[in-house]
Design a protein around this ligand. Structure first.
Ligand code: CU
Length: 193
């Protein structure tokens, strides 16, 4: 029994060593060639996606509502691959200096948005939807036009300090009546008072 355990631990170590040395071999093949660098850099990023190495938290189909500038919002489906709840506490993007995590609530028959107390909770082994009319990543003060197909980097910070980085795609949104104009925000502030 002990022998088998030691053996399997040894195998794991050997596998880990193998992948590390493979990377080393790749970069040492062309020590002077800068052309080899991008390929070597992208290899580790794609490798963990395979098989059992699912990330603890992910987002599927992230997108940003197109806008000239000012306000917008980002959406997608947050996925929790762990056995514990995960809380998203803040967001950031180079697109907007100020970002809040918002929810939409019914206030006297009027839908208003406001910062979501405690952030977004993704249940263990579950998902949390960010969608128009519901929870969203609010961008206040978008600095440049977001066109359809734009690639916008985002970073979400989790309660434990870990981060989730992703790229959201610019998308026109025509459905529903929810809009993210300054006027709505004023209503939101009033509803707080
Ligand atoms: Cu909002």
């Amino acid at each position: 029994m002990i022998v088998r355990r030691v053996l399997s631990a040894g195998l794991l170590a050997a596998l880990a060593t193998a992948s590390v040395s493979a990377c080393g071999a790749q970069s040492s093949e062309q020590p002077a060639g800068k052309a080899a660098a991008p390929a070597a850099a992208s290899a580790p990023a794609t490798a963990p996606a395979a098989a059992d190495a699912a990330p603890p938290v992910a987002i599927t189909d992230p997108w940003v509502k197109t806008t000239k500038k000012g306000m917008s919002a980002a959406f997608g489906t947050l996925v929790n691959n762990t056995d514990s709840d995960i809380t998203v506490v803040s967001g950031a993007s180079p697109l907007s200096p100020k970002i809040e995590l918002h929810e939409v609530v019914d206030s006297k028959g009027k839908m208003v948005m406001r910062p979501k107390e405690g952030g977004f909770v993704i249940p263990a082994r579950g998902t949390h939807q960010l969608q128009p009319g519901g929870d969203h990543i609010m961008l206040m003060g978008v600095t440049e036009e977001v066109k359809p197909g734009a690639q916008i980097p985002f970073t979400l910070t989790l309660k434990g300090g870990e981060t989730l980085e992703f790229t959201a795609v610019g998308k026109d949104f025509a459905g529903g009546k929810e809009d993210y104009q300054p006027g709505k925000d004023m209503d939101m502030d009033k509803s707080h008072g």
